[in-house]
Design a binder for this molecule. Structure first.
Ligand code: 48F
Length: 263
């Protein structure tokens, strides 16, 4: 039987399928903000444990800063102690010796996203988190969404809200969720050396990679910080295109979220 193609049928299918899935995600266990390597890793591991997880990504594409490898050379470097995490999603590495491994960044992004989706994480693209939702104790209990395109066009459009037991800030260098919290929640104190956002320091890959997993904590009630955002918020250095820390931090974020969900 050949399909009788009808344009309005296609419209109905797209809108109804979107509405069904979006409504299912209005109440989440975990809302991950940002679909870079750290966010995708955390989402995959939490979904694999049966938690209801959605990732909200402002751009039309997943992968964050991993696509571009180092200065647009599409390769990432991962160190020995982290390589099992991307390998678990099927990323293949060239052994460059001395504990260094090299992978194709396009393969790494594609497989991290693909396996996260297969595990049950839903990824919403083109949706930006522009605010958080708080309860009476000022604990974060959800995210406030708008279209990325609406943000870019600076249109005045009211957003929609998603409830989540745990929010993960995986927004990279800009630690955007935490900047919103610092700006908008009166008296907000973050779990950082100063209680505020310190900001990332210049590149020192060894110390940046050493600190990132331990800086992956519940940094504000209801909010875990992961990936480059974890270093940025606490004043740790950047590391450039070595990505092991992103995977280790994403894994740590999933563990912290599990503990929070179990409480
Ligand atoms: O920047 P990104 O890849 O963060 P990451 O997972 O990884 C950092 C590395 O890529 C690299 C590095 C490695 O050595 O330093 O920079 O920590 O991904 C962050 C994602 O978050 C999205 C953004 O578009 C990107 O894809 N994002 C940022 N702000 C928002 C957001 C927001 N307000 N709402 C939704 N998505």
């Amino acid at each position: 039987m050949s399909t009788n193609i009808d344009e309005t049928r296609i419209t109905r299918l797209i809108v109804s399928s979107f509405a069904q899935d979006f409504l299912a995600d209005v109440e989440l266990d975990v809302a991950v903000v940002g679909a870079g390597p750290a966010g995708l890793t955390a989402a995959r591991l939490l979904a694999a444990e049966g938690h209801k997880v959605a990732v909200f990504e402002r751009e039309l594409h997943v992968g964050g800063g991993m696509w571009g490898g180092g200065m647009l050379f599409p390769r990432i470097v991962v160190q020995e102690e982290a390589k099992a995490i991307p390998e678990a999603v099927g990323v293949t590495f060239e052994d460059a010796g001395d504990g260094y491994y090299v992978a194709d960044s396009v393969e790494a992004v594609s497989k991290c996203a693909s396996v996260a989706i297969d595990a049950g994480a839903r990824i919403w693209i083109g949706m930006a988190v522009e605010d958080v939702m708080i309860d009476e104790q000022q604990r974060v209990c959800g995210v406030v969404l708008n279209w990325g395109a609406v943000q870019q066009a600076q249109l005045h459009v009211d957003p929609l809200a998603i409830r989540a037991q745990v929010v993960i800030d995986a927004t990279g260098h800009d630690c955007e969720v935490l900047r919103i919290i610092e700006r908008k929640i009166v008296g907000a104190r973050l779990e950082t050396p100063t209680g505020r956002i310190v900001g990332e320091r210049s590149m020192h890959a060894a110390s940046a990679e050493a600190t990132i997993a331990e800086l992956t904590v519940e940094v504000y009630p209801g909010v875990i910080v992961t990936g480059m955002a974890a270093n940025a918020v606490s004043g740790a250095p950047r590391m450039g295109p070595i990505f092991g820390g992103m995977f280790l931090s994403g894994q740590r974020a999933a563990q912290v979220a599990e503990q929070m969900l179990g409480q």
